[in-house]
Design a protein around this ligand. Structure first.
Ligand SMILES: Nc1ncnc2c1ncn2[C@@H]1O[C@H](COP(=O)(O)OP(=O)(O)OP(=O)(O)O)[C@@H](O)[C@H]1O
Length: 683
């Protein structure tokens, strides 16, 4: 619209609103808009003759607004991207606001940046009806329903060129939590031209709502149902989460509609899932999982209608199968790296961001930040003591980011000899130096192109190399040794260290400018001894490791309590190794406190050294050594072989083609004691 015509349209609009305020005008057929206009005039006392620009929050206030919906934003991302991809070609932008109308996520066209900012279609814009007037987001919040607000239906004359469609998103308790909106700066046609928008935005709002539901109740059994058979397993509209006693914990929109319909016919509202369906709890729990062609028809008690249903299992059950399936994938990624993992139990999969921690406030804050960061083009520095999971976090960041399809290349700067680190990182051309591969070598940095370069132990990188790395980061290109022209690389660099980089900078051993380049954001992992979610980690790691064996092993309460109380100087790595050791050397189907290595028994660790008898001192020594054995894959493999052969030393010696004395020597070296001797040593 030309500027003059727009101003004229604004004047007409204001005159209409003034007549409305005086009760001389009504908006036929659009009661929802009419009600909002009335609220603007009567309740909010907005003056139609004084158009106001949209309020935009400061960066700090926006960060505060995003925090409570952080998890939703993370879960919603795929849906937001998909919807935007559909509407962007038609000139629409996308807003996701919190329940107050503050835009907490946004997708737009960079070339329209200035115009979008002016129109308030921007991150941080506040579309609360109280000051923005009638608009799709604000009115959607107030009316609790999806709507289109087209051009002059906006109250404030600033917005009368816009066309916007918004739909509410609810949390699993049915409370409004966010609003999804698509908006265009202008639309030359009438309201009917927007008829595609309402069903589309409503559909995506529901998909995001359901994804959030499944995420929030991922540790709970969920009944998924629909009126038709075809959709249940991948997009069944109804979701009901219930506990092992059958109590309904949460329901999505369709689930709530079922509960309400039941309550209307036969009050009061049902609280048990078995009140809704003609089935016993055991029958429901035995329902087929969400797999095609395996559904069951259930009759509703109140109406007699049929619903087709399947179960979504709690995460613990699913993750065991997933861990097994993911083992190969992790191994594949690792082959790209120079640092072959020496982790004795590295075969369990890399957890995604959600599964890295339980209810530890510091870890939850860290993961919230990580979720926000994983799609940003920022370099990330991870700090933490050894074994706290820095590499696991780096891998999870990569896997959750938009470069997940690209390579993840891990380089341990402390492990590569200084003389080789340059050629390893940058690569070299054939004949670049004597002793090199005659075919040349593609460096690790070029290999990470399009993905993530993870530089572990960055504090150990030699100074000369720091300068070259700085140039790579600044210019986004690398010069292989012997090459004449640089090679372009697009990478995200994640670095990790357990050292105090500030102190290294003060000592002149680390470049400050490199530090700032690498530290686009900092994630600090707490040590295991400070984490409040140790139980979660123990159980998760134990389940994953046990699943690699036969899955039927139990962790006895005394072992769990010892693990909860242990001081964990070696952090998660030590915990994982201790569990692997206990599983490998256990006698029966239960891991008890006696199967754990010495260091896990906090009381014993702090006790004075045992020296009274040769048996007890031998026991103490062997147990101490058994801790060290865990850092060594050979020790663990030997322990597994022995356990599989029920500790029959002669049989294992034959199997390995070595003499019994040699096997005993190896066992001693790895601190492995046969169970019958362990008993004697304990006594
Ligand atoms: N949250 C977690 N969930 C499951 N396993 C974990 C987690 N954190 C760490 N681990 C496991 O603990 C071990 C150590 O993790 P990782 O190598 O990531 O630690 P790190 O801090 O990088 O250690 P270092 O400082 O020695 O390089 C690995 O076996 C890893 O699989």
């Amino acid at each position: 619209m030309k500027a003059g015509r727009f101003e004229q349209a604004q004047r007409q609009h204001i005159a209409t609103l003034v007549r409305l305020g005086e009760g001389r005008e009504a908006l036929a057929g659009r009661e929802i808009i009419q009600r909002s206009w009335r609220r603007c005039v009567d309740d909010y006392r907005l003056d139609p003759s004084r158009p106001r620009p949209v309020r935009v929050l400061t960066h700090e206030a926006l960060v505060d607004s995003r925090e409570p919906v952080d998890e939703l934003l993370y879960v919603a991302r795929a849906g937001v991207d998909q919807l935007f991809a559909q509407v962007a070609p038609m000139g629409y932008v996308l807003l996701l606001t919190d329940r107050h109308g503050v835009t907490v996520d946004f997708r737009g066209h960079p070339d329209q940046d200035a115009a979008l900012r002016r129109a308030g279609l921007y991150l941080g814009a506040d579309w609360d009806e109280r000051h923005a007037g009638t608009c799709a987001v604000g009115t959607c919040i107030h009316e609790a329903r999806a709507l289109t607000c087209h051009q002059r239906e906006h109250f404030d004359a600033t917005h009368i060129a816009l066309t916007c469609t918004a739909a509410p998103i609810h949390d699993p308790q049915g409370r409004p939590i966010a609003v999804l909106d698509i908006s265009a700066l202008q639309s030359p046609r009438g309201l009917e031209s927007q008829s595609f928008g309402l069903p589309l935005v409503t559909l995506y709002a529901r998909m995001i709502e359901d994804a959030y539901f499944l995420h929030r109740y991922r540790d709970t059994t969920i009944l998924r149902f629909d009126t038709t058979r075809a959709f249940v397993h991948f997009n069944g509209r109804g979701l009901l989460a219930f506990d092992p006693q059958g109590r309904v914990l949460a329901a999505n929109g369709e689930g709530r509609a079922l509960i309400d319909a039941h309550a209307q016919r036969t009050p009061p509202a049902p609280t048990q899932v078995t009140q809704l369906f003609e089935a016993e709890l055991d029958d429901l729990l035995a329902l087929p999982r969400c797999e095609p062609d395996q559904l069951r028809a259930l009759r509703l008690r109140a109406s007699g209608e049929i619903r087709f249903a399947a179960l979504v299992e709690p995460r613990g059950v699913r993750s065991r199968q997933r861990d097994a399936a993911a083992t190969d994938a992790v191994t594949d990624i690792a082959t790209g790296a120079t640092t072959a993992s020496h982790d004795p139990v590295a075969t369990t999969s890399t957890p995604d961001l959600d599964r890295l921690a339980g209810d530890d406030p510091a870890m939850q804050r860290l993961l919230g930040l990580a979720r926000r960061l994983c799609r940003q083009p920022l370099n990330v520095l991870i700090r933490g003591e050894t074994g706290t999971g820095k590499e696991v976090l780096a891998r999870a960041l990569h896997a959750s980011g938009d470069r997940a399809e690209g390579p993840f290349i891990a380089v341990n700067c402390a492990a590569i000899p200084e003389s080789l680190i340059e050629s390893e990182l940058f690569g070299y051309l054939p004949g670049a130096f004597t002793g090199g591969n005659p075919k040349g070598m593609r460096g690790l940095i070029p290999q990470a192109d399009g993905g993530t370069l993870f530089l572990d132990e960055i504090g150990d990188m030699p100074l000369t190399l720091q300068s070259r790395l700085l140039r790579v980061l600044a210019e986004q290109e690398v010069m292989p040794l012997g090459a004449e022209r640089p090679v372009k690389v697009a990478l995200r660099v994640v670095t990790a260290t357990h050292r105090d980089l500030a102190a290294l900078i003060a000592e002149g051993r680390f470049r400050e400018d490199l530090y700032y380049r690498l530290n686009g954001a900092e994630l600090v992992l707490p040590p295991l001894r400070e984490r409040a979610d140790r139980r979660y980690l123990i159980q998760r790691l134990f389940a994953a490791l046990a699943a690699e064996q036969d899955g039927a092993v139990q962790l006895r309460a005394d072992a769990l309590h010892a693990l909860l109380d242990a001081p964990w100087p070696g952090n998660v790595r030590q915990l994982k190794s201790a569990l692997a050791f206990a599983l490998a050397t256990r006698e029966g189907e239960t891991v008890t406190v006696h199967d754990l290595p010495e260091s896990c028994r906090a009381g014993l660790v702090s006790a004075p050294p045992l020296a009274s008898t040769s048996a007890t001192s031998e026991a103490a020594r062997v147990r101490r050594e058994s801790d060290d054995a865990l850092a060594d894959p050979e020790g663990l493999a030997l322990a597994r072989t022995l356990a599989q052969a029920s500790w029959n030393v002669s049989q294992v010696a034959r199997q390995l083609g070595i003499s019994r004395p040699t096997l005993y020597r190896r066992m001693r070296r790895h601190g492995l004691i046969p169970p019958n001797r362990r008993e004697a040593l304990r006594g």
